[in-house]
Design a protein. Structure first.
Length: 271
């Protein structure tokens, strides 16, 4: 019997879809899936033809978190476990700081590391069935996969503490009110809506968006003067790009710009 890979990669034009593909385990992370995600992230980073990324899950879940059965099957020295977690951050930092738009299409549970994987994306589109949970303390664990960095930046420090300490589930409406979810869309249209959103960026200034994302991700850690210096350096670079020169030419000649975000609200309320 041929076993399907635990992570699938699909190209839709200039969008790379990364699909977690262990539906029988609700797409829980094991070593094979972690390696598959890492390879997909590096492909998205290194392929100039990829201009946007969508992450989703097969079956009835986005990702149920770590595969505790596989993690507990082998007894390892404490520093081996420490190194295992540290290795996660090699590809996770690349995903968080990927200089291309990344969209999560979430249905069903996004628990534990699956919750944090969604937070690493720039936008979360969620079906009504989506549920989010920082489940770690239920298992006597601390949050991992970058949760200490991402969660308080998305929901604020006090709310992050509440979600971690309580390990309670958050439904899609509350997740949207907390800023976790960008938009709620019908389940049957979830992937299509994510692909439509990603396709809007195919004509965008990828370099300008990428550098903007890079600086925004650092903005909580840097002072105003440092951010001003990064702003000046970034602006000097993107002003030399072909995209900027073409946009100026279009503007001067009263032609439509290549990139224009739709004015209407998409289904569910996001812009």
């Amino acid at each position: 019997m041929t076993i399907a890979p635990s992570v699938l990669r699909e190209r839709h034009g200039a969008t790379l879809v990364i699909r977690l593909n262990k539906p029988e385990a609700r797409n829980a992370f094991d070593l094979e899936m972690r390696q598959g995600i890492a390879e997909a992230v590096f492909e998205a980073r290194d392929n100039p033809e990829v201009r946007a990324v969508v992450i989703t899950g097969s079956g009835k879940a986005f990702c149920a978190g770590g595969d505790l059965k596989s993690l507990s099957a082998e007894k390892r020295p404490v520093f081996a476990d420490r190194d295992r977690i540290r290795r996660l951050h090699v590809w996770f930092r690349e995903l968080t700081n990927l200089e291309k738009p990344v969209i999560a299409a979430v249905h069903g549970p996004a628990f534990g590391a699956g919750f944090i994987l969604a937070l690493a994306c720039d936008f979360v589109l969620a079906a009504p069935s989506a549920r989010f949970c920082a489940v770690f303390t239920r298992m006597g664990l601390v949050p991992d996969l970058g949760a200490f960095y991402l969660l308080p930046r998305v929901v604020g420090l006090m709310r992050a503490k509440e979600l971690v300490f309580s390990a309670r589930e958050v439904d899609v409406d509350e997740a949207r009110s907390l800023g976790i979810v960008y938009d709620v869309v019908p389940e049957e249209r979830l992937l299509d809506e994510a692909l439509t959103m990603a396709a809007r960026f195919h004509s965008a200034a990828t370099q300008a968006i990428g550098i903007s994302k890079n600086i925004l991700n650092r903005s909580f850690n840097l002072d105003q003067d440092t951010l001003a210096e990064l702003e000046a350096a970034a602006q000097a670079m993107v002003m030399k790009t072909d995209y900027h020169h073409d946009a100026v030419s279009r503007f001067v000649n009263k032609q439509p710009l290549a990139f224009q975000w739709p004015a209407k609200r998409v289904p569910g309320g996001g812009k």
